[in-house]
Design a protein around this ligand. Sequence first.
Ligand code: SAJ
Length: 435
Amino acid sequence: MRGSELPEVCVVGLGYIGLPTAAIIARAGMQVLGVDVAQPVVDTINRGEIHIEEVDLDGLVHGVVQRGLLRASTAIAPADVFVIAVPTPFEKDGHHTPDISYVLSAAREVAKVLKSGDVVILESTSPVGTTERMRDMIAAERPDLKLPGLCAGTPDVSIAYCPERVLPGRILEELANNDRSIGGITPRCARKALSFYKRFVRGACVTTDARSAEMTKLVENAYRDVNIAFANELSIIADAMDLDVWEVIRLANRHPRVNILQPGPGVGGHCIAVDPWFIVHGAPEQTPLIRTARGVNDGKIHHVIARASAMVEAHPDRKVACLGLAFKANIDDFRESPARLVAGTLARRFGGRIHVVEPYTAQLPLEFTDTGASLVDVDTALEDCDILIVLVDHDVFKSVPLAERADKIVYDTRGIWPDQPALDTGPADALRRAG
Ligand code: SAJ
């Protein structure tokens, strides 16, 4: 490929990041092969359809598949640029050890088709040092190639780390517009990756080394986790001191240099609750704050379960509505969701008294089977239930007017109803104001 020609691109991993990335690259006019181990995923994409929910993704994928710019396969093929976007979960050892085996096996497959001049980019959230380990894997597989940092002179292949920082629900917009950190194994690698991202990213692309870029991604999510932990700890303190946490935060945030985040039932999703552990694992002695923040946010889930259970027990004849299962507002993603954990635990404890409202699903997750809990719509919950436990700040819940909930016993873990009056009902009164 010469500088002026559009590169052919192979995107390995067609999940929440890989598929939108492949589609955006194809939209910029490049030929893209998307690779995934799951045949049903490959078949779905080749029909111009999608297997995940994301705003505007269906139309985009349909369009680029129809124009012949994106096709999917289970097999990697030669290309000019390889983008690896595979999962990096934990090992099943119970110690939050990062499992980079998917990255390494993707690198091994890519290595088989690499040729001189190719660029390999890792996008998966990864512990510091993973890009170098990926390079070493390629070196072991292809001793015929000169690799960056391992040879004198100009290497045959460029290798870089470039994390995404997109928000579910806004992925396409943020993929195009967010700034990117591009970390090369060498400065030349970073420049090669930069010229690729410049073709489809409007945000600023800032080059650095691979290890700094890896750490940057982890730090961004750890920063948010620590800040949410502060808000969640405040909410637990407020419960103990019988204060309204939302009022305290609202007032404190009027200080020009204070910006406290929002308490909730805990931190969910596949990123913020996971990535801080990658830092802790890399520097166990140096991470008391990051480790404690994880503990505070996980502990908040159990605090909510305990208080909600006390509320339900205090009113044995009342029906209960748990509002929301998603890990955050206005999305259909229930992975690692604190709301789901709280509602599931209440369903197991209180069975048929528990009604769940989740407009983003047609059926309750498996763990609710045989509990007696039921999925109802918001109107049914407001008519039938006396106790409302707000677990997700979906817009549809926020818009419930005071008149329809004024006489309810409310535990609002998200602070969506600041106008909810305090009822003189003993424990329920305190619970309503608890974060
Ligand atoms: N949450 C609170 N209080 C808040 C903000 C969030 O309790 O004030 C909770 C949410 O309800 C949710 C969790 O935190 O359960 C995470 O939600 P989020 O909106 O903070 O983040 P994610 O997981 O959707 O996306 C994050 C983003 N990272 C940062 O904002 C630093 C996103 O930019 C990353 O690309 C993404 O992680 C990722 O893939 O790493």
